[in-house]
Ligand binder design. Structure first.
Ligand SMILES: [Zn+2]
Length: 358
């Protein structure tokens, strides 16, 4: 059994996957915002609750809205700021008494869609989350590409390419710069653009509904959004040339993107023809937590793990390799023992009162 944990800004979700990827159980609790110790306890409790209900110990992978810095071993870049500067992997290993793998949530999304989602037929998947923020992740042969600095795929804080005169200054971004892709392509960025152009404030779902009803301001906002997404993804194709690009997050629900954007990006991609498919995710909101579960062991269809190499940055290398976030050894199967053999702890008992979303 593989257990995946997705640490979000408002909720922490856990899933248990059987060997073939079938979902056995999913739990969801509110994130104890600002409280690191409580966050650790919630994660441990979710793992305990799953193992208690299923009766089997599992491997644990965790997706976070940041990454573990290879330079310090501490969390960086998390907009859930109470995680930053913390030794999350080691603390969880200590709490759970087993190896724990941690990856950025966009990487988890890419892995999930690469293993058995919209990119299951592709060797290289670029996964994009267009939500409250904008993140990207790369999965190669169904494993996350982490990178020497653990930021592979972090394209949301590149500047919006080929900006128009109106776009060139760009809105300020929380990262300290202005005009980041995220400031245009996130849900809040889309709503801000609509409000600036129309004078009306609306949420992204409301704007999408207005566009469906034929509202000209909403249609124009979606048109600008599509042009910006096409330019931003053209730079990804020029750099990485992935076999498929998969969209996730709230803005991935805009149906017109999948036809319009590939038609638009041709003018900015340095190629005579562009065959890259742009696809909607298959696993929806569950993709992040499923990808976290797949961090452990070899997913179905993945090639055999390679020996440690400083150049790959792919999962499967030992902890000492920069760019990996593998915390210790141990195969998935070795963690899927009968619960009677697993280490028991009284801390699981609090779980009888914990709420579940499903
Ligand atoms: Zn930024």
């Amino acid at each position: 059994m593989r257990i995946g944990i997705d640490v979000g800004g408002t909720k922490i979700e856990a899933v248990a996957l059987a060997a073939g990827g079938a979902e056995q159980l999913r739990l969801r609790v509110p994130t104890p915002r600002g409280d690191y110790a409580a966050t650790l306890q919630v994660i441990a409790s979710l793992v305990g609750a799953i193992e208690q209900q299923i009766g089997c110990a599992g491997s644990v992978g965790v997706g976070i809205p940041g990454t573990i810095s290879p330079a310090t071993g501490l969390v960086k870049n998390a907009n859930s700021t109470w995680l930053n500067g913390r030794s999350l992997d080691r603390d969880l290993e200590s709490l759970l008494s087993r190896p724990v793998r941690i990856a950025n949530d966009a990487n988890c999304f890419a892995v999930s869609e690469a293993v058995d989602g919209a990119g299951a037929d592709a060797g290289v998947v670029f996964g994009v989350i267009l939500g409250t923020g904008v993140g990207g992740g790369v999965a190669i042969a169904r494993q996350p590409r982490i990178g020497a600095n653990a930021i592979a795929g972090e394209w949301g804080h590149n500047p919006l390419p080929w900006p128009t005169r109106e776009e060139s200054a760009g809105p300020p971004c929380y990262c300290g710069r202005s005009g980041c892709i995220e400031t245009f392509l996130s849900g809040p960025g889309f709503a801000r653009d609509f409000a600036a152009a129309s004078g009306h404030h609306a949420t992204p779902p409301q704007i999408i509904a207005l566009a469906t009803a034929g509202d000209t301001d909403a249609l124009a906002a979606i048109d600008r959004y599509q042009h910006r997404l096409a330019r931003a993804l053209a730079t990804v194709i020029n750099l990485l040339d992935p076999d498929v690009i998969v969209l996730g997050g709230g803005m991935s629900k805009v149906d017109s993107l999948y036809q319009a954007v590939p038609r638009l990006w041709e003018r900015w991609v340095f190629s005579d023809a562009v065959v890259t498919p742009l696809r909607r995710n298959r696993h929806g909101d569950a993709s992040g937590v499923r990808g976290a579960a797949w961090l452990c062991g070899r997913p179905p269809g993945a090639p055999p793990a390679r020996r440690a190499s400083r150049s790959t940055g792919a999962e499967g290398a030992p902890r000492s390799t920069p760019g990996t976030q593998h915390s210790g050894g141990g195969s998935t199967s070795s963690w899927c023992r009968r619960r009677s053999r697993a280490k028991r702890s009284n801390r699981w008992t609090m779980w009888s009162a914990m709420p579940s979303a499903r």
